[in-house]
Design a protein around this ligand. Sequence first.
Ligand code: ADP
Ligand code: MG
Length: 704
Amino acid sequence: MSELINVAEIFGENVFNDSVMQERLPKKTYKKLKEVIEEGKELDLETADVVAHEMKEWAIEKGATHYTHWFQPLTGVTAEKHDSFITAPMPNGKVLMSFSGKELIKGEPDASSFPSGGLRATFEARGYTAWDCTSPAFVRQDAAGATLCIPTAFCSYTGEALDQKTPLLRSMEAINEQSLRLLRLFGNTTSKKVTPSVGPEQEYFIVDREKYLQRKDLIFTGRTLFGAMPPKGQEMDDHYFGAIRERIAAYMKDVNEELWKLGVSAKTQHNEVAPAQHELAPIYAEANVAVDHNQLVMETLKKVAGRHGLQCLLHEKPFAGVNGSGKHNNWSITTDDGINLLELGKTPHENIQFLLVLTCILKAVDKHASLLRASAADVGNDHRLGANEAPPAILSVYLGEQLEDVLSQLISTGEATHSLTGKKLETGVKTLPDFMKDATDRNRTSPFAFTGNKFEFRMVGSKDSIAQPNIVLNTIVAEAFSEACDVLEKADDFDLAVHDLIKEYATEHQRIVFNGNGYSDEWVAEAERRGLPNIKSMVDAIPAYIAEENVAAFEKFHVFTKTELESRVEIEYETYAKTINIEAKSMIDIVGKQIIPAVIKYTTALATSVNAVKVACDADVSTQVELLNETSDLLTDVKTALAKLVDVTEKGGAMEEGKDQAVFYRDEVKTAMDALREPVDKLEMIVDKEMWPMPSYGDLIFEV
Ligand code: ADP
Ligand code: MG
């Protein structure tokens, strides 16, 4: 019980949330700010000044000396520039702590130090951060002291988005408007706002920090570039398991407490899939807040690990041959008065609305499958998607048996007249009263699964921001809603028109629905027959951003301009090439400085002992000699592969940035890396463990 009381007490204690605002702001200011937050009204400077002052006073009470505009440039992580509250010294030598409305709403970091993908060349280098009052400010306490963090959007001088938040907020507007249009058609006159809700389940690995520090590959690249698989069976070892639980439990408790203080409603779980792998799921929140919170979750997981002598690995594939990490992006759309559009309602009328929403989503996912795939593309995620691992690279939607049956009836007869449970409803649309119970997720292989009252997009990488997938989801669903509304608003007979539209969408887009095993080879062949894209790598996924139908959707809802999309494409290619380049260089460094010397040391010792044995007792040393030969051969392979990797990495580095370079890094450099890894991993199995220059997979994964 005391735990629970504690949680309630600390939850949100470092957040400038609604109750703090209500308590501290003058009534008039509070009301004005709420109008800005909830109704998107404009913020006047007078209100901003009052809010800023109170925010500062509150933050100083929490120990804050600095404030920062906290934003998400296109690096995948957050950025911040700290300023202290201190004003210039007064004549009496004292300083004041001040924070104005201007400083709250606008910042000016140097935009040229962040990726802009060419926007910089055409526009000015100036960049602005703008306060996002829909995501609450918070005080972060760490070794640097306490800092007031203000979530902000980051734009160029001419208003182009240089971050993740700006397009996300734009996409939330789009889905809000189009959902309201759709709801009005169904007679809803009361809902004022529709918001996408997001609950991301975060997977991560935990390893011992001492061991981590002995692995340059983990330090430089976040993943192991070498490593032979540990002998099977170790994972069954109860001793190790017991040890993991205790140390990790203390860590998780700490993580939870930190997150609760920041208002992130974390609930941790032990993940059994891979040893040393775990999962943290928060309670879902508005998309914008959920994206910010997920960044805080990732930061906190890493920060707190250090305190426990642990290291958190957020990379999608830290260990080859061991389950990778993803993020399950749970997504739904809800009105301000609590109606979830993805919830099957109680009345037939609402069921029709649900079926329209559902078929619109099918249409959106089918039409923009490549774009959704691109939104989850990431260098690390290439090791999961399309690498015969969960989930597959092919986008498909899992609906569950009963719902798929409803659709197939609609398609074949134009009417759903019966349900699997035998119930017939007035409208003639077959619905499933116990559908909620049965349609919950049973298919873990689906990349896009309906799980009762939400969709779960499972392709997202563990390290990536969830902004991009949600921007895409919001936009493509807004587009489908808007197209449906265009038809329905003109219809003479609404009921008939809805019915026809549902049938049309279900028929045209049924190919995207797949309830079977997404990992099977049969599905790959079947998907190809259906004409569904199977995009295996990030480099191949990137062009979807500038495909005609996708640009049209983004531009229609003012989420991205074509220029912004082109700049993002450029950044993605650059990111890909740079990441592989770092991996290749790390490999070259590790092999040259650590692996080869270790192998030479081992062969020298082996040769010396073979000679000694032979001289001393003239015994049969053929086995030892064989081992020596095998090791020498592998060493030769290593040297050849190393020379090749050095060569292609140099070539790649000399190329002009862009698509060709990215393709070269994937086809030439990555291939050369794989070729180098092979003999090294074989050598690890031969060379004396004492001489091997880094902890093994077994050491890292099982001995936490
Ligand atoms: P499962 O175990 O099937 O994945 P959970 O109920 O544990 O599902 O939820 C997983 C995540 O989905 C959590 O982060 C949760 O907050 C989130 N979630 C639950 N309901 C919704 C919803 N309606 N919209 C968005 N996210 C949701
Ligand atoms: Mg899940």
